[in-house]
Design a binder for this molecule. Structure first.
Ligand code: URA
Length: 275
């Protein structure tokens, strides 16, 4: 194989790995290519973490989880706008997920929107682009929202319960969720949504502090209250990635969306009535 066709093959293979949720260490591959030269076949290996992971680990130092949670709480408290909060999250070194991620994925959509969608965390495409829900699941999410006249350009704010892609798209651990949580709560307070839509089991379970499965949680409303006392009704539904695998459950997700629409309409009606 010529050097350029090897490179091309490598690019499509690693791109495919990325899309399938396997972490690819592009920097290590590039270094390997340089050392081995064009004549040999490159050895490729999925990675767990980036090449600068040790440096980042050193930056995380000897602080305990509790220390990092306290730091996240302080940074979150200090942020007075969503943009300031985004900067604080991007600079935060206390979540181990950051070590293996390319980008910090914070939020997308309209700040102050009445509906706040909260997912689980970045996938491959989000990690490359730095915005939540921009992959296949994001495309379905956009369609689901559009069905009830919601979209990220007019009336919806989108974020996750973690801000860095877990390696291999595994679920985030309780510790990773806990250290991101002060930011999640502050983001809810600063966005001040009328309604929260938690998509997927990880998001709903984490926000509700429960191990109950999404099959039981979906369709249910809860009054979500942040530690500082901001409250908003929260509805749990299926994650679009799950619906891509189980399209037969779309009708149940559709019912959830109609319930959200009814609450939004009711809210708009009562606002008009009191005007
Ligand atoms: N899945 C999520 O939960 N969030 C994203 O941002 C992308 C995929």
């Amino acid at each position: 194989m010529s050097h350029s066709s090897t490179e091309l093959a490598l690019k499509s293979l690693t791109g495919w790995w990325d899309d399938m949720g396997v972490d690819v260490d592009h920097a290590a591959l590039a270094a390997l290519e340089k050392v081995r030269g064009p004549a040999r076949e490159p050895q490729m290996a999925p990675k767990m973490g980036h090449t600068d992971a040790p440096a980042k680990s050193r930056r995380r130092g000897r602080k305990t989880l509790q220390d990092w949670i306290a730091e996240a709480e302080s940074l979150a408290r200090d942020a007075q706008t969503l943009d300031a909060l985004k900067l604080a999250i991007e600079g935060f070194e206390g979540c181990p997920l950051k070590e293996g991620a390319n980008k910090t994925v914070v939020f997308d959509g309209v700040q102050g929107a009445p509906v706040m969608v909260i997912g689980e965390g970045a996938g491959g495409r989000e990690d490359r682009i730095g915005r939540p829900f921009v992959g296949k699941a994001g495309e379905l999410l956009d369609k689901m929202l559009a069905a009830i006249a919601l979209d990220r350009k007019t009336n919806t704010f989108i974020t996750n319960v973690t801000y860095w892609r877990p390696p291999g798209n595994r679920n985030p651990t309780d510790e990773e969720l806990a250290v991101c949580r002060p930011f999640v709560d502050r983001m809810i307070e600063l966005n001040a949504p009328k309604f929260i839509l938690a998509v997927g089991g990880v998001s709903a379970q984490s926000l509700l502090h429960t191990k109950t499965g999404i099959m039981k949680l979906r369709g249910g409303w809860t009054d979500y209250t942040t530690p500082s006392g901001f409250g908003a009704p929260m509805l749990a539904t299926f994650h679009p990635a799950y619906l891509l695998r189980r399209p037969e459950d779309k009708s149940r997700a559709w019912r959830d969306l109609l319930a959200l629409q009814a609450r939004l309409d009711g809210d708009a009606g009562s606002a008009a009535g009191s005007a």
